[in-house]
Design a protein around this ligand. Sequence first.
Ligand code: C5P
Length: 226
Amino acid sequence: MAQLVVALDFPTREEALALASRLRGLVPWCKVGMELFSLAGPPVLAELRTMGFRVFLDLKFYDIPHTVAQAVRAAAAGGADMLTLHTQGGERMCREACEAARSCARPPLLFGVTVLTSFGPGQMPGIAQEPGQFALELSDMAAAWGLDGVVCSGQEAASIKARNPRLACLCPGIRPASSAADDQCRIMTPAAAVAAGADYLVVGRPITRAADPVAAAQAIVQEMGS
Ligand code: C5P
C-alpha cells in the first residue's frame, strides 16, 4: 500500500508544525526539506517524531563519499527515518552512504534522486538523454549499489519496478487532476502514480496551499485507495 508524504515546505517552523498537527493520524510521513531544515534545524525532526510522524529528511546529499557517509550518520542520529542523496554522486558515494546507514542504531532508508521532476526533455544541463530514460539507467545503478529506493516521477515508476522490483519508488510531482503543475514538469495524479507502482507519494503545494489542507490531504488519501 502506497504511503503519503506531506512536504512541509514553509518559511517558518510554526507554520510547518501547525499543519503537521492538523494532519496527525491522516498522513504517516512528513518531509523536511532544505527550506524548513535551514531555518529550524534538527529540533524540528524530533518534534515531528514526537507528534507520531515518520520523518523524511530531503537534503539531497551530493559530496565526496566520506562527507556524505558522515552526513548520513548525523541525519540518522538527528531523527531521520528516510533521506535522499543524488545517484549522480556515483558508486563510491552511494555504497559508503549505505554502509554508514547500516551502522546506525536506527538505520534510515536511503533514496537516490534520479532526475528531478521539474526537468523536462532537453532541460538537463549537459545531458542529451530523455529524462525518463536517464532516470531508468540511474535506478539500475541505485539498485546495484544497495540503495533502498529512488526518487523518480510517477511516469517512470512502472518501468523502474519492472526492472528492479526490490527498489522502492518515491514520487514527487504528484498533482490531483484539478491542481496547478507549478514548477513541476513530469507530473502524475495520485491514482495514476499508485497504479504505476509508486510506494511513496510526496505532495507539497496541492496540500500546503489548499484553502482546506486537511480536506485536500483526505481527498488524496482516498484517491490513493487507502
Ligand atoms: O509542492 P510540490 O508537491 O511540487 O512539492 C514536491 C516536493 O518534492 C518538494 O518539497 C520538492 O523539494 C520535492 N522533490 C521534487 N522532486 C524531486 C525530489 C524532491 O519535487 N526529484
